[in-house]
Design a protein around this ligand. Structure first.
Ligand code: AMP
Length: 223
């Protein structure tokens, strides 16, 4: 069975960090729509130019654009052996398009990372990313230290300033939180406590994925 994992959770829940770590440990690609869009912005493509203003306001890029990006990415060879999706779907329309894209493949395993709102605001306000490779810096890292991955300069993400953070959380509650209800009824859905240290979250994530995999087999869920 291929592992097709989807990470849900608000901005700042640690989805990206955990997705990266888990994907590396299993040798499968991490597909982050936020990273894809930031790369497009940096490269100055048409999609990047149109997405930048939307992202800077903390709003969502249109469903059609996002579904097209993910459909194309999931059809590439390296994603046929499993993947970790981070940041997609963010709307029910995206989730239902994803179900259609996944038709005939192994079931999605869905893990929701739960973190209290105050902790999210604190994390997003202090988060730093590498200007060159986009990696998240450890929260405890000194601001002036270089990126541990590539030596690049650490900067605040353009959409991590306070006003935009509050908008992103609002958008999450309106547009993305309904996804928890969309997926909760599936035997392959699990939620984990994301307010713990990263190693504990990683251990809970691995256990949740294992249990969800058994859930899929028990219920004979088809992809
Ligand atoms: P992220 O890095 O996942 O926090 O995404 C950064 C920004 O990219 C979001 O605030 C949105 O503006 C945009 N974005 C990323 N993924 C999606 C998506 N699935 N649907 C719509 N907009 C997205």
């Amino acid at each position: 069975m291929t592992l097709n994992l989807l990470m849900l959770g608000p901005p700042g829940a640690g989805k990206g960090t955990q997705a990266e770590r888990f994907a590396r440990s299993r040798g499968i690609p991490k597909i982050s729509t936020g990273d894809i869009l930031r790369d497009a912005v940096q490269a100055g493509t048409g999609i990047g130019r149109r997405a930048k203003a939307v992202m800077d306001r903390g709003e969502l890029v249109g469903d059609d654009v996002m579904i097209g990006i993910v459909r194309e990415r999931l059809e590439r060879d390296d994603a046929l052996g499993g993947f970790v999706l981070d940041g997609f779907p963010r709307t029910v329309a995206q989730a239902s398009a994803l179900d259609e894209i996944m038709d005939g493949r192994d079931p999605l395993i869905v893990v929701d990372i739960v973190v209290p709102e105050l902790e999210l605001v604190r994390r997003l306000g202090t988060r730093m990313i590498c200007e060159d490779c986009g990696a998240n810096a450890p929260v405890a890292g000194a601001a002036e230290a270089p990126c541990a991955k590539c030596g690049g300069r650490l900067v605040q993400r353009a959409d991590d300033n306070q006003a935009v953070v509050l908008e992103r959380l609002k958008v999450y509650h309106h547009m993305s939180e309904p996804l928890v209800e969309y997926y909760r009824v599936r035997p392959t859905f699990r939620s984990i406590d994301g307010a713990q240290p990263p190693d504990r979250v990683a251990a809970d994530l691995a256990a949740a994925i294992e249990a969800a995999g058994h859930g899929a087999v028990r219920h004979g869920v088809q992809g």
